[in-house]
Design a protein around this ligand. Structure first.
Ligand SMILES: Cc1cc2nc3c(=O)[nH]c(=O)nc-3n(C[C@H](O)[C@H](O)[C@H](O)COP(=O)(O)OP(=O)(O)OC[C@H]3O[C@@H](n4cnc5c(N)ncnc54)[C@H](O)[C@@H]3O)c2cc1C
Length: 390
């Protein structure tokens, strides 16, 4: 059982060992995100942590001799929290399936799935999930990116539009782009797209937080698309692009929450390790923070279990993301305050974590958007039977 405490403790221990590999490069990646592929692309050990399916993952992690593919939400939140205690940006900058993998796993046909995963297994390949547009962030259903017939004769399709704030977009080899093929929410499709196609450009954006992730703008001008690139084309529209996107959000939000939790825990641990002389007030504040870290960890685990059980329900995922992102900001700012006015200069990792913490507020939807999902879940009775995770 993945929720067995002994198994999860073993997995946490392995993740903690991997996390130490990220410490020497954290500040360098933050200073220059273009070094990401050189720093992170050549070590095959990372592929074992990114949720590659068994058929494409010949050397998986092992806990007590048993192979673990880190493809369940409960496994992912444990692993990602530990890695994020050192450098969440580096983990997000790893090659591998990431968010687009959820869409492929849910609605790709056999050929599409094999094309996608074989490429990732053959060589270090970054992927992207292209949803947000310059004028459509919190309201993706209004997206303008269009997939239309290429010509009068109806042969082939072309993609036109701009996506913005897309993680790893400029360094990706393949990804999933959401585009409108017909009016209405059911008219949104997911397209499997290699980035070397004509008309596709990925431009890195300058950011303050999670810089290693290299948020990008994707410009698509008459990019050729074959029918065989449209994910879920063999499925009913109600089980197509938008359906897969919502399920991806519901499963990835607990993971984003675990990143934020890891950053919050990292800042707490940094204070404990580096500030030995604490007054009574600061000791109380740290103790209070430790309690809230434990409470948030339980919420994140409950959300992960819920996402594994029913990826159609994002209520707890939103609750976990709201709580963990707020705690990451509080924890990193508290840590900076405890080191005095020069803290950002004298403790560059704390400065980096405080900048990274802010980015989680927007990633996968802002807290206002999560509150809407939470309220909807509450009105639908989805919180009635919630019990804290063991
Ligand atoms: C680190 C990071 C990684 C990201 N990765 C990706 C990625 O890989 N792929 C991708 O497609 N996108 C990605 N994004 C984009 C992210 O999903 C959007 O930034 C987010 O959805 C918010 O959209 P927006 O920035 O356009 O803000 P807007 O939607 O313009 O929102 C602006 C403000 O209005 C508020 N608001 C908006 N609508 C409502 C409402 N109905 N009720 C109340 N308040 C509202 C918001 O809470 C916010 O405070 C990423 C962003 C970040 C920061």
């Amino acid at each position: 059982m993945t929720t067995d405490p002994g198994f999860l403790a073993g997995l946490r221990g392995l993740a903690r060992e991997h996390a130490e590999l990220l410490r020497p490069t954290a500040l360098g990646l933050d200073a220059d995100p273009s070094t990401g592929p050189a720093l992170l692309g050549s070590d095959p050990r990372w592929l074992r942590l990114t949720g590659m399916p068994a058929a494409y993952n010949p050397d998986p992690l092992r806990v007590a001799g048993r192979p673990v593919y880190v493809d369940r939400c409960v496994e992912q939140v444990v692993v990602m929290e530990e890695l994020a205690r050192v450098d969440a940006a580096a983990v997000l900058a790893l090659p591998g399936p990431s968010m687009s993998g959820f869409v492929v796993a849910d609605i790709a046909d056999e050929e599409q799935r094999d094309r996608y995963y074989r490429r990732l297994a053959d060589r270090p390949t970054w992927t992207f999930f292209g949803m947000t547009e310059p004028a459509h962030g919190s309201d993706p259903a209004s997206m303008g990116t269009a997939l239309r017939p290429a010509g009068e004769d109806g042969a082939g399709l072309v993609l036109n539009g701009t996506k913005r704030f897309v993680g790893n977009g400029a360094r990706a080899g393949v990804g999933v782009v959401f585009a409108r093929r017909h009016p209405g929410p059911l008219g949104v499709v997911a397209v499997l797209l290699e980035t070397d196609r004509p008309g596709f450009t990925g431009i890195p954006l300058e950011t303050l937080g999670l810089r290693g992730l290299q948020l990008s703008e994707l410009r698509m001008r008459d990019v050729p698309v074959a029918d065989a690139d449209v994910l879920g084309r063999h499925r009913p529209a109600t089980r197509g692009g938008m359906w897969a996107a919502v399920r991806t959000f519901n499963r990835y939000r607990p993971v984003v929450a675990s990143f934020a939790l890891g950053v919050a825990q990292g800042a707490h641990d940094y204070v404990v390790a580096h500030r030995r002389q604490l007054g009574a007030g600061d000791r109380d504040r740290l103790a209070d923070l430790a309690d809230r870290l434990a409470g948030t960890r339980a919420t994140v685990m409950a959300a992960a279990e819920s996402a594994d059980h029913d990826p159609g329900d994002g209520t707890l995922a939103s609750a976990a993301k709201i709580r963990a992102t707020a705690l990451a900001e509080e924890s990193t700012l508290l840590a900076l305050r405890m080191f005095g006015p020069g803290a950002r200069w004298e403790h560059p990792m704390l400065d980096k974590w405080a900048r990274d913490a802010r980015a989680f507020e927007f990633m996968e939807g802002t807290s206002n958007v999560q509150r809407l999902t939470l309220a909807q879940g509450h009105l639908n009775g989805r919180l009635d039977d919630v019990r804290p995770a063991a």
